[in-house]
Design a protein around this ligand. Structure first.
Ligand code: AGP
Length: 608
């Protein structure tokens, strides 16, 4: 969950490092730092706690001329948030930044009798050991790095500069991502593509079994074991620079909320031919889809909620087991996998380590892997048998919005095709389903007009410490997602409950004025949901009702009502998501919080 950047070229490296860290900051922002060669080829290091803007202030005062350096923005894993624990970490010749977790760092401390460390991080241990190997090999960077890779257990992306090798950067990775490019200003390496976009239209994925060496206009790859040179073909970088900018919006999150109609169009259109879902782009054949007899979805957070929505809609239609699992649980389970089991990892970043581990486990059991991923070239997309890319564009805000709705749309397309191929949906039902899906971008656009009432709701929620979301069936899943959005950016303790479950204990927490956001979009159970609302109303809860505009309800039932367009309840999750995203956004804004970079979080959870 950290961001790494490295640059060696013909312009001031400190500016490139800071720009890169600013674009990577969503990966973690507890502390940050840079190490760079100055005009005397001496390595200087500047680091501080807090966001990258704090580091920028310090660097702006530094007058050194530098053409090569590395930088890091940290999400604390080992060791608290402090200057001492901020990266880069130095030991002798070695200046090291690290993303990941070294699981055996304690035993390595003992093995190499490492006593006095400056920090409490696993990274410093790696720096100390690397320096030991470096001096033992007459300052040979490749041999010493290769030796280090054999000692480390866990996940890592390391970038290193050695004091006596000016203008050179070395890096290795295992599980945690690194990409690199050569541009007209020099060579750059980063944790992900967002930092490379301004400089190049192509990039290299750093392979796990290689050492990469960056010189000013050269990138070399070496096999990490025999140190032989490796030739790699670059990938095309198809994200534009402005796609990672705010385009005039005050925050990335609100920009990404409003990008959803376009993101959905860009995701749905390539996968429909005459209103029939089509995955020939991904070489996914109808025969393969028809052969599937068990579907296991693995994901985390919002991506998991997308999987739950698809399970809820299609389990009753396809009539094969379709189950969504918490990836951090699944990875340590013993899944029931047969030769016709399809495992579907869902991930915006494609780098969530629990989802990667679940993918690996499922593969070891012989499952076929079809992933749904937003970031191209990501680990999950590369490790899958098939990958359906969502076309949401870069999602920068930590709170996932457009990635969620495009994930649901993709799963709807995939599962409706499977239902048809298994004769569980007629061709007319399939076409009608697809046609409704094609209307969703416009339905979402229409939902944006709810922002007026939502701003009023935000003013009301601003002073609350607790909140409940309740719903039934798919509206319960929407409650899970709404609660996650609200709590992660407003810090209001928000719980989601199956509405019928409240009276089995939790209703004890309902006191006067507590906000309860009830979601009601399924006519078949609306009366049941509204009865649950009456139960909490009777205990003086403040009701916020998100309800289909055609449904009947007592006019004095709710303090706020947000109507949604009358729609097949299987698709209601789309407008409802917009509303719950906007509730979270405006509440966070009302509280004056950092909407895009909430505390303790990072965009890509690349550690356990
Ligand atoms: C979403 O708002 C959260 N920030 C988080 O739950 C996220 O969905 C989860 O970490 C999964 O990330 P991924 O989609 O990149 O795998």
């Amino acid at each position: 969950m950290c961001g790494i950047i490295g640059f060696t070229g013909n312009i001031d490296s400190k500016r490139i490092l800071i720009d890169g860290l600013e674009s990577l900051e969503y990966r973690g922002y507890d502390s940050s730092g840079v190490s760079f060669f100055n005009e005397k080829n001496k390595v200087e290091t500047i680091k501080c706690v807090g966001k990258v803007e704090n580091l920028k202030k310090l660097i702006d005062k530094n007058l050194s001329i530098s053409n090569c350096g590395i930088g890091h923005t940290r999400w604390a894993t080992h060791g608290n948030v402090s200057i001492e624990n901020a990266h880069p970490h130095k030991s002798g010749f070695v200046n090291l930044v690290h993303n990941g977790i070294i699981e055996n760092y304690i035993s390595l401390k003992d093995k190499y009798d490492i006593k006095n460390t400056i920090s409490s991080t696993d990274t410093e241990i790696a720096a100390i050991i690397l320096n030991k190997f470096y001096t033992e090999t007459n300052n040979d960077p490749l041999v010493s790095i290769s030796r280090l890779s054999k000692e480390i257990k866990g996940t890592y992306a390391f970038c290193v500069i050695f004091d006596d090798r000016p203008n050179e950067i070395f890096a290795i990775r295992k599980v945690n991502p690194l990409v690199s490019t050569i541009s007209n200003i020099g060579s750059i390496i980063s944790s992900d593509l967002t930092a490379l976009i301004p400089y190049s239209k192509e990039y290299y994925i750093v392979p796990e079994d290689s050492i990469i060496k960056l010189e000013q206009y050269k990138i070399k790859f070496y096999n990490i074991n025999n140190l032989e040179r490796i030739n790699l073909t670059p990938c095309e970088l198809n994200w534009s620079n402005d796609s990672t900018m705010k385009d005039g919006y005050p925050h990335y999150m609100i920009k990404e909320i409003y990008e959803q109609p376009k993101a959905l169009e860009n995701t749905i259109r390539p996968h429909l031919k005459n209103h029939i879902p089509d995955f020939s782009l991904e070489n996914i054949t109808d025969e393969f889809l028809k052969s599937i007899d068990n579907i296991q979805i693995v994901a985390c957070g919002t991506a998991l909620h997308a999987g739950l929505v698809a399970c809820n809609v299609f389990s009753p239609i396809i009539k094969i087991p379709i189950t969504a699992y918490v990836a951090s649980e699944y990875r340590y389970s013993e899944p029931l996998i047969t030769k016709n089991t399809l495992v579907i990892p869902i991930s915006q970043s494609g780098e969530t380590v629990d989802t990667i581990a679940s993918l690996s486990l499922a593969k070891s059991y012989g499952a076929k892997i079809l992933s749904v991923v937003n970031v191209r070239s990501s680990t999950i997309s590369r490790e899958s048998d098939f990958c359906i890319f969502t076309n949401a564009g870069p999602e920068i805000a930590v709170a996932s919005t457009k990635a969620y709705t495009v994930q649901i749309a993709t799963l709807f397309l995939l599962f409706s095709k499977i239902a048809y191929l298994k004769n569980m949906m007629t061709i007319d039902e399939l076409i009608n389903f697809s046609k409704t899906l094609e209307l969703i971008p416009q339905i979402i656009t229409d939902t944006f007009s709810s922002d007026k009432i939502i701003k009023e709701i935000a003013k009301f929620l601003k002073f609350k410490n607790d909140c409940f979301y309740i719903g039934r069936l798919q509206d319960y899943i929407s409650s899970l997602e709404g609660a996650l959005k609200l709590k992660e950016i407003s810090y209001i303790h928000t719980d989601a409950y199956a509405a019928g479950e409240l009276k089995h204990g939790t209703i004890a927490l309902i006191t006067q004025g507590i906000p309860v956001i009830a979601i009601d979009t399924n006519i078949n159970i609306s009366s049941k949901l509204l009865s649950n609302v009456e139960e909490v109303k009777a205990r003086e809860a403040a009701i916020i009702l998100i309800i289909n505009e055609k449904f009947e309800y007592k006019k004095d039932l709710a303090k706020f009502v947000v109507p949604i367009k009358d729609i097949d309840y299987r698709f209601a999750v789309f407008p409802v998501s917009i509303i719950t995203q906007l509730i979270a956004y405006y509440t966070s804004l009302e509280k004056g919080l950092d909407v895009d970079k909430p505390r303790n979080l990072a965009k890509s959870v690349t550690v356990e």
